[in-house]
Design a protein around this ligand. Structure first.
Ligand code: SAM
Length: 268
C-alpha cells in the first residue's frame, strides 16, 4: 500500500458506495461501522462534496453491506476452509471487516483499473488476493484453485451485467465448484427501468439484468434459492434518517415495490 493519493476524474458508483460507508462510520450510531472506509476516502483525490451521497441517505448502503457481512460471517463460521469470490469488490474493505482466518482463500475481483487503484488505497489482508478482470471474461476463474466450498458475493454488481453474460458466469461457477453459496442483490425488471434514469448509472453503461421471480434462476441453473429479502425490510431500516425510514416503510407496504430491490441467497 502506498501513501500517494489516487485520482478519480468523475463520480463512480463504487465511490458512492465507499463514501456512504465512510459517512455511516462517522455517524453517532453507525449502522455498518466500517472502520476502514474513511481511511480509503482520505487516500483518494476526488471532490467527495460533489457526490450525491449525504449523511441522510448513506445508511441505505450501510444496511445492505451489513446484511451481506452477516451472511458472509455465517458462511465462514461453518466453512473455515472456504474460497470467497468477492466480485465487483470496488473499494470495499469487506475482507478487513470480516477478517477471515488464513485458511480462507479470499479473492477481491473487479476491473483491472479498479484493482490497480485498490492496491494503492485499501489495506491488504493476509487471506486476500486481487484479480483484475471483467467477471464476465471467464478465463479468470482458471486462476482460482478449486478448494473447499465457495462463497460468491456480488454486491451492487449483477444488475450491471447483461443477463446472458451473468447467467454464463453463474453457470461456470456452479460447474467449477462442487458446492457453494451465492449472495447478491437484484432489481426487479420494472425497478431496473427506473434505475436507468439515474445519470450516474447511465454513465456506467446502465443496468441490464433484473429478476422478478427468484425461481427463474432455479429453472435455468442448478441453484436453490434459500433466502429472499426486500431491501425495504432489512435490519437497520428503522434507523434510517428521515425521510428514508418512512420511504422504506411505504415501499415495504406495496408488494411490487417491495419486490423492486432484494437481496438473494442461493446454494448449490
Ligand atoms: C456499485 S459498485 C459496488 C462496489 C462494491 N461491491 C461495494 O458495494 O462497495 C459496482 C462495482 O462492480 C464493478 N463491476 C461492474 N461490472 C463489472 C464487471 N463486468 N467485471 C468486474 N467488475 C465489474 C464496478 O467496477 C464497481 O466496482
Amino acid at each position: 500500500m502506498e501513501t500517494e493519493k489516487v485520482t478519480f476524474s468523475e463520480e463512480k458508483t463504487l465511490l458512492d458506495a465507499l463514501y456512504a460507508k465512510a459517512l455511516d462510520s462517522q455517524a453517532a450510531e453507525p449502522i455498518l461501522g466500517d472502520a476502514y472506509a474513511a481511511e480509503v476516502v482520505a487516500k483518494i483525490d476526488y471532490d467527495f462534496g460533489k457526490i450525491k451521497v449525504t449523511p441522510r441517505n448513506a445508511g441505505i448502503v450501510a444496511i445492505r453491506a451489513r446484511q451481506f457481512d452477516a451472511w458472509v460471517r455465517e458462511f465462514l463460521a461453518g466453512h473455515p476452509n472456504a474460497t470467497v469470490l468477492h466480485l465487483g469488490c470496488g473499494l470495499d474493505s469487506r475482507v478487513n471487516r470480516i477478517d477471515p482466518p488464513t485458511t480462507v482463500r479470499w479473492y477481491d475481483v473487479d476491473y483491472p483499473d479498479v484493482i490497480e487503484k485498490r492496491k494503492h488505497v485499501c489495506r491488504p489482508h493476509p487471506a486476500a488476493s486481487l484479480i483484475g478482470t471483467s467477471v464476465t471474461e471467464l478465463e479468470w476463474l482458471e486462476s482460482v484453485p478449486v478448494e473447499g466450498p465457495v462463497l460468491v458475493i456480488g454486491e451492487g454488481l449483477f444488475m450491471y451485467l447483461p443477463e446472458e453474460d451473468g447467467k454464463r458466469l453463474l453457470r461456470r461457477l456452479t460447474e467449477r465448484f462442487p458446492s457453494g453459496e451465492m449472495l447478491f442483490d437484484m432489481f426487479s425488471r420494472s425497478w431496473l427501468r427506473l434505475e436507468n434514469h439515474n445519470p450516474l448509472i447511465k454513465a456506467e453503461g446502465g443496468v441490464h439484468w433484473g429478476i422478478d421471480d427468484p425461481g427463474e434462476l432455479e429453472r435455468d441453473l442448478p441453484l436453490r434459492c434459500e433466502t429472499v429479502v426486500s431491501a425495504s425490510v432489512l435490519p437497520g431500516v428503522d434507523r434510517l434518517r428521515r425521510p428514508w425510514g418512512t420511504v422504506f416503510r411505504l415501499i415495504a407496504a406495496v408488494p411490487p415495490l417491495k419486490r423492486g430491490f432484494r437481496l438473494l441467497r442461493y446454494r448449490w
